[in-house]
Design a protein around this ligand. Structure first.
Ligand SMILES: [Zn+2]
Length: 347
């Protein structure tokens, strides 16, 4: 639910060689203690992309646990989460707080099940809760958008299924309330003896949060910044703002945190988030240039015609469903950011 293909720019060196090796081998990395009382454990996302989420467990001064992004829970059995906690001598019953970076099923999916077992409140940005509540209305509006994109007939049904009324972004979110504690930028999580501060980083989704742990030298980045993958943009609910503009602003917000070790939601831990953020921003600049060139070359093109000229990795002709919808919406965000949205002709 997150992604595009790995970017061409060199990926940052891992600070966790064991996670990087597991990724290369297509295996789940083992539970690792990142700092005293801070662990990471991998939760598989069966049938999803990427194939696993990195969940983080933080012990507070009372001995209780905070779980950051509990990952996906297919049948609610929480088998992997239970097993991971067992290896550090703990159990789900010890969880006192579930903090979630964003609404996607591979991050939020297990939260409701963890809450049911432990009674722990779920903390998330209010924009994510609203996006889940608005999902049906958004899906209908997405259907209307899709009809204007100029898609070949044979591709349209798959896009509607993956992006329009067939889509469920909150898969696994459970029933409302999706969160018990609504977070905003700058909020400090109620975790005794730790300092975990929410950093608003909209773009991937409207209410995406990173969590900053200065005392431990850690930055939990969810899907905002990953070591190899270019995070997709605008993959939450519909927004009044341009998610690409939001994302670029959110990359710039990481400038003060170059000294922290990056704990991403997927792949492996790494250092120097600022360098990685600049690489990701450059990638977006390049894509804007390609969209501008397509608009220069074509006379009143449809969105599909513009996107067909953008060198997406793998090529748009290989894309269907979610990937295709994501490529097209991102093309629209770029056209809008260039101030040239009106040059795209609704089909
Ligand atoms: Zn995501």
């Amino acid at each position: 639910m997150t992604t595009e293909a790995p970017s061409a720019a060199p990926a940052p060196e891992p600070t966790s060689p064991v996670q990087a090796a597991a990724l290369r081998a297509g295996a789940l990395p083992p539970v690792e203690e990142v700092r005293p009382g801070v662990w990471t454990l991998a939760v598989p996302f069966h049938g999803g992309v990427p194939a696993a989420t990195l969940a983080y467990v933080v012990e507070d001064s009372a001995g209780d646990l905070t779980v950051i992004d509990p990952g996906w829970s297919g049948d609610g059995s929480l088998t992997e989460l239970r097993a991971g906690l067992r290896t550090i001598g703990r159990s789900l019953e010890d969880v006192a707080l579930v903090a979630v970076t964003h609404l996607h099923a591979d991050h939020l999916g297990a939260a409701a099940a963890v809450r049911a077992v432990s009674g722990a409140p779920v903390a998330m940005h209010g924009a994510e809760v609203r996006a889940l509540q608005d999902e049906r209305a958004d899906a209908a509006a997405n259907d209307a958008d899709i009809a204007t994109w100029g898609l070949p007939d044979e591709l349209r049904a798959g896009v509607v299924a993956a992006w329009g009324t067939g889509r469920r972004i909150g898969r696994g979110a459970g029933e409302p309330p999706y969160a018990d504690l609504l977070l905003e930028d700058g909020d400090v999580l109620p975790v005794p003896g730790r300092t975990l501060t929410a950093l608003g980083t909209p773009g991937h989704t409207a209410g995406h949060l990173c969590f900053v742990d200065e005392p431990d030298g850690l930055l939990f980045t969810g899907d905002h910044v990953l070591p190899r993958i270019n995070p997709g943009i605008g993959l939450g609910g519909r927004t009044a703002t341009n998610p690409l503009a939001d994302y670029l602003g959110s990359l710039a917000r990481l400038e003060p945190y170059a000294h922290l070790e990056v704990c991403p939601g997927h792949e492996y831990r790494f250092a120097d988030v600022v360098r990685r953020a600049r690489t990701l921003a450059l990638h977006r600049e390049e894509r804007s240039r390609h969209v501008a060139e397509a608009l220069d070359a074509l006379d009143r093109p449809t969105l599909f015609e513009v996107a067909a000229r953008v060198p997406f990795s793998g090529g748009i002709e290989s894309m269907t469903g979610f990937l295709l919808a994501s490529a097209l919406t991102q093309t629209a965000f770029h056209a809008d950011l260039l101030g040239r949205a009106d040059e795209v002709r609704p089909a």
